[in-house]
Structure formats: C-alpha cells, structure tokens
Write a protein that binds this ligand. Structure first.
Ligand SMILES: [Zn+2]
Length: 305
C-alpha cells in the first residue's frame, strides 16, 4: 500500500467513552500519526434509539481532551440510508441476495451450530424458497447475501493470522433487516471504502467481522484495509470492562486526572512504555510500534486510577 495511511475513529454515540473505547482510539491514532497519516471520524449511529447528537458532541470533546484529533468527520451512518441502498442494489444486481423469513427463535434454536463468539452459522434455510412460499409469510423479510465456500485470511497487526471460511463458519449473512435498516457489516464496509480508509483499528470483539467485510469490499470494488484488533481491557478479576463500569468512563476519569496521566497508564498497559509515566499522545507516537502492543486481554491495575 502506497501513500500515507488513513485511519478512522468510528464510535457509537450512545454514552460516554469508556476505557476500552479510549484504548482502541489511542492505538488507532498512534499508528496513523506516527507515520504522518490522517484520520477520519464517523459516528456509528445506526441504532437511532440509543444514540444522539448530544452524545456525539461529548465524544468529540473527549477525544480532543485526550489529544486525539482527526482531519475530517464524515456523514453519520443514520443519514446514509440512500448510499447504503445503492450498494445493496449492487449485491442484488449480482444476484447474491435473497429474502429470509426466519424468526429469531428459529435462528437461535439449540440445534443450530454456534461459533466461539456465540454467533450461529446460518444453514441457508431460506436460500431456495419458491415465490409461493415467500408470499405465504405475508411479512417483510430480512435480506441475506450468499457467501462463497472460500477461506478469508486476516493478517492482523496485533492478533496475527486469523482465518475464516464464511460458508462453514458464518453462513449467508443479513445485510438489511426486516425493518429496512442496513446492518453494521454493510454500513462499515461502505463508509470505510468511500472514505479511503487504509487501516482499521478496533476492539478484538470485531475480529470475526473482518472476513465478512473483506468479502463485501471485494464485491463493492474497495481495496482491503489493514487490520489491527486491540485486546480487551479487563478488570483485575478478569471481567471485561464495559459501559457498565461508570467509574471508568471519561466523565469520571476527566475529574480525576489529566489526559497525560491517562495516556501514560494506557501506553504502559499496552506495552508501549516501560514505566507508567504521564505522557501526551503526541509524545507517545514516537514510541509506537505494532510489535510492542500486547495481544491478549489486558488486565488493568485499577489502583492506578
Ligand atoms: Zn431464513
């Protein structure tokens, strides 16, 4: 890949950033800024019930407080339905889409094979419905894209090689829900592709999404970005830190410490610093290298806060 890297922040504006979000944002920023690249900010607000512009504004302020700036903010996902529709139509023109009428309980039945992350493998139940069968359901379907029996390899900067065969490990997946909302996988692929993103850095929980997105990138004609999936942050008891840990969100942390202290703790925890010392994001960029970023779940010493 030639030219300066283009990274992205893609937060969901549904509350204050918690430490896990901050950590992923920091690594995304460091990787790109250490090589004079640029960053795109995008609000992932497909779930309009849970998200708001007020939260989006707080997210921007929190990122800037941390010293994590960006070069351009692209349109939020909630306003891009017509764009997603065009890409959905492309899939339709390729004859890769079909309607799925399965109910949630059918999909989650005990007989369905499940992957390690809890997602089920769709067995293709609705692939060959007749027109009469479709009409008999009498309701709006979800739409699935057919996947090929082929291996996808993610060469992840942090996690190493991750492989998945979409046919056996995932099955045909939904790109538009029955209520007409385009799903995350399609929206992210379109948004990253159109913004020219060359590097996707995000939480480890999204690693298994990468092969689906690589498949859609290929169908839409976008180059594959590089990937880095950052480990989850864990409390000392091994529990994953989440939005429920409100003493670890930025509204609480901003009252307790300066941004340099928080960046120092995260840089040290990540493996980028040998000691826990206050440091700015700008200064930490000089220390950044993928090979030092820890791969497995990272236990945070909460007494540092
Ligand atoms: Zn179905």
């Amino acid at each position: 890949m030639s030219g300066a890297p283009v990274g992205r922040f893609a937060p969901t504006p549904s509350g204050r950033m918690h430490l896990g979000n901050v950590f992923a944002a920091l690594i995304a920023w460091l990787s790109v800024r250490s090589r004079n690249g640029s960053l795109v900010l995008r609000m992932e607000d497909l779930d309009t019930q849970r998200t708001s512009e007020a939260f989006a504004q707080t997210l921007r302020e929190d990122l800037l407080w941390l010293g994590l700036d960006w070069d351009k903010e692209t349109e939020p996902q909630s306003r891009r339905n017509q764009v997603y529709q065009q890409y959905f139509d492309k899939l339709d023109a390729l004859e890769l889409l079909y309607p799925c009428y399965c109910t949630r309980s059918q999909l989650h039945s005990v007989n369905a094979p499940h992957l390690a992350d809890g997602t089920y493998v769709y067995p293709g139940t609705c692939r060959n419905l007749t027109e009469a069968q479709k009409a008999a359901f009498g309701r709006a379907p979800a739409w699935r894209v057919k996947v090929p029996d082929r291996n996808w390899t993610v060469e992840d900067h942090i996690q190493g090689t991750y492989q998945e065969n979409l046919a056996t490990d995932c099955g045909d997946f939904v790109v538009r829900r029955a209520d007409g909302v385009y799903v995350y996988q399609l929206a992210v692929t379109v948004d990253d592709g159109e913004a020219g993103v060359t590097e996707v850095v995000r939480g480890m929980d999204l690693l298994s999404s990468a092969p689906r997105q690589m498949y859609l990138q290929e169908l839409f004609g976008f180059p594959h970005p590089e990937y880095a999936h950052v480990p989850l942050l864990l409390a000392p008891d091994g529990r994953r830190l989440s939005k429920r840990d409100q003493d670890m969100d930025l509204s609480a942390l901003r009252q307790k410490m300066k941004p340099e202290q928080l960046i120092g703790i995260l840089g040290y925890t990540a493996g980028l610093l040998e000691r826990n010392v206050p440091i700015s994001a700008q200064e930490l960029a000089a220390e950044f290298t993928w090979k030092n970023v820890k791969k497995d779940g990272i236990c945070l010493d909460l007494s540092a806060f």
